[in-house]
Design a protein around this ligand. Structure first.
Ligand code: ZN
Length: 308
């Protein structure tokens, strides 16, 4: 089992960043996820380049998450997409003619812009792959002129929405592989979207399907973690793809901390290819204790044998 840690912290202070990456490596992690938001690469490319290089120097692979691009993906900063703000005509339009604050992925100009951004990141920064974080799609059926033209049968628009989202994510992953054949592609889903795992795992350029098994955030019993995780592990195995199960080690009060171990046991028992967790992520009552607990749990995972 490999370990991935989301590192959603500033890269401005090299000594702090280096210390953090050493901590993450010592917990047994082989990779980090770092999230970038629009315009950051233009504003502070040196911090990004140096920070991500420090991760690789510490022996960590780096996967980049596209934070809130087009408001279609999740991201750690609570900021809306500049693209959607500057291109209001790209927004999803529902059956009542109301606009929603997400760009429609069927707009060629949006895809072209997004794919160019991905290409630039892969070329300019030390990266090992791209992670698509909680893609939004079928929750609102889009009736924009582009979708109407692509799917003239209005009664079919809802199913078309899902089909075209799968197609969009497939094209995005193909774009990543086109730039760097060795780069890995990952899609992380929330439990309510697990119905898409089968179709996503069947996409030729997708390497890993992840699940955000956030029982506490979704106000579910911790036993749900096992059920959600199993569906991902089983289906990805059938397709010969990798599974990645995320532990919710954030937003916990002291009374909820013991369930962290319980959730971890559910996840580890499923033997996914990867376990994901967060480095000092938000809103824990005792952030240090939660990280120490996380580290202790991760250290219990059997390590891969080193070949000398
Ligand atoms: Zn549309």
């Amino acid at each position: 089992m490999d370990i991935t840690i989301a590192y959603f912290h500033p890269l401005h202070h090299p000594d702090v960043v280096k210390h953090d990456f050493d901590q993450i490596r010592a917990a047994g992690a082989g990779s980090i996820v770092y999230a970038i938001h629009e315009q950051e690469a233009q504003r502070w490319p040196r911090d990004l380049e140096r920070g991500l290089r420090l991760a690789q120097d510490a022996g960590l692979k780096v996967y980049l998450s596209l934070g809130r691009y087009g408001n279609l993906f999740a991201g750690p900063a609570l900021v809306p997409s500049w693209y959607t703000f500057h291109h209001p005509n790209s927004r999803v339009k529902d059956r009542h003619g109301r606009y929603h604050d997400i760009s429609c992925f069927n707009h060629e100009s949006f895809r072209g812009w997004l794919f160019k951004e991905i290409e630039r990141y892969l070329r300019d920064f030390p990266l090992n792959g791209i992670l698509i974080d909680e893609p939004r799609g079928p929750d609102v059926t889009c009736f924009c002129s582009v979708c109407r033209a692509l799917c003239p049968d209005v009664a079919d628009l809802q199913r078309f929405r899902l089909r075209s989202m799968i197609d969009f994510l497939g094209e995005l992953c193909a774009c990543v592989k086109g730039v760097d054949a060795h780069a890995k592609t990952m899609i992380a889903l929330l439990p309510q979207d697990l119905g898409q795992v089968d179709e996503l795992a069947a996409l030729p350029h997708v390497d890993t399907i992840g699940g955000h098994l956030f029982w506490q955030l979704l106000q579910e019993d911790v036993s749900k973690v096992e059920e959600w995780g199993r569906s991902i592990v089983d289906v990805t195995r059938q397709h010969g793809k990798r599974s990645q199960l995320w532990l919710q080690n954030f937003n916990l009060d002291s009374g909820e901390e013991p369930t962290l171990e319980c959730a971890f046991k559910h996840i580890a028992g499923l033997e996914p290819d990867e376990i994901g967790g967060y480095y000092y992520w938000r809103n824990n009552e005792d952030p240090c204790r939660v990280w120490q607990m996380t580290r202790g749990l991760l250290r219990g995972i059997p390590r891969r044998q080193l070949h000398w």
